[in-house]
Write a protein that binds this ligand. Structure first.
Ligand code: ATP
Length: 238
């Protein structure tokens, strides 16, 4: 496979008022890769995803996606270009049904026949959601809501999926299920940037990783190298 850089973040700085959340972040993702960002609470992982999906505006630096500079694009434009953000805390629409949440994920798409077919595909991938298609999303279990959040993001047909803490607060069996779904997504050609507190799991699934500490990238490498790195083991693998 020909290497193709799908995302390049250059010297990115993000401030929240007086707090500098990201300091000169550089990262690169090749098409088809799963790349993970690991780091402690408050290190800036979520902020990195928010800057890429344009929920927050960087103070300086550039974000290049598929050769296009998207630094000054708006969030809805970025979705259209093929970047989907599955936020931390799931954020499904609690008072809408599973099916309506999935349809909402596809709001940018014009071809309704294709949307219908893709909803069927999501139901095959997530049988729990198929059984609950007419149930209100707010009544789903935490794991099912996480599945719905991922399925909804996939409904926008992303080329690059930003996944924030998919395992947060979930029981181990559900976490395994979610990670096998992430594997399946990768197999369909979606490139994934994965933020995880569970560094062990993340490094098992990822090709490469970046370690964020207090807003700066302090370490990067192949996941197989990071998992055996003494500093990573001490700080994140317990
Ligand atoms: P966590 O795993 O706890 O979500 P994180 O690595 O994702 O942590 P961020 O959420 O990106 O970290 O936060 C980075 C820094 O920016 C933190 O110091 C945080 O307090 C601060 N921050 C994040 N969002 C805001 C905001 N909306 N207003 C002010 N400060 C913020």
């Amino acid at each position: 496979r020909q290497a193709f850089t799908i995302l390049e973040v250059q010297e990115l700085n993000v401030n929240y008022g007086g707090i500098q959340a990201l300091k000169n972040i550089n990262l690169t993702i090749q098409k088809g890769e799963v790349v993970t960002l690991i780091g402690a609470n408050g290190a800036g992982k979520t902020t990195t995803l928010r800057a890429i999906s344009k929920i927050v505006n960087p103070k300086s630096g550039e974000i290049i996606y598929s050769g296009r500079n998207i630094t000054r694009r708006q969030a809805h434009e970025v979705v259209k270009l093929g970047i989907a953000h599955c936020p931390e805390g799931r954020r499904v629409l609690a008072r809408q049904t599973v099916l309506d949440n999935l349809l909402l994920g596809a709001y940018i798409r014009a071809n309704q026949a294709e949307v219908k077919r893709d909803i069927q595909r999501q139901f095959e991938l997530f049988p729990r959601l198929a059984q609950r298609r007419n149930q209100l999303a707010g009544t789903l279990s935490g794991g099912e809501q996480q599945m719905l959040a991922i399925a909804r993001a996939v409904m926008s047909k992303p080329k690059l999926l930003l996944l924030d803490e998919p395992s947060l607060g979930l029981a181990p069996a559900i976490v395994r299920e979610i990670f096998s779904i992430i594997e399946n997504l990768r197999a369909t050609g979606v490139t994934i940037l994965l933020v995880e507190q569970n560094a062990n799991l993340a490094l098992q699934i990822a090709d490469r990783g970046y370690v964020l500490e207090a807003g700066s990238i302090t370490l990067t490498g192949a996941a197989s190298e990071l998992i055996s790195d003494e500093r990573v083991r001490k700080a994140y693998l317990g």
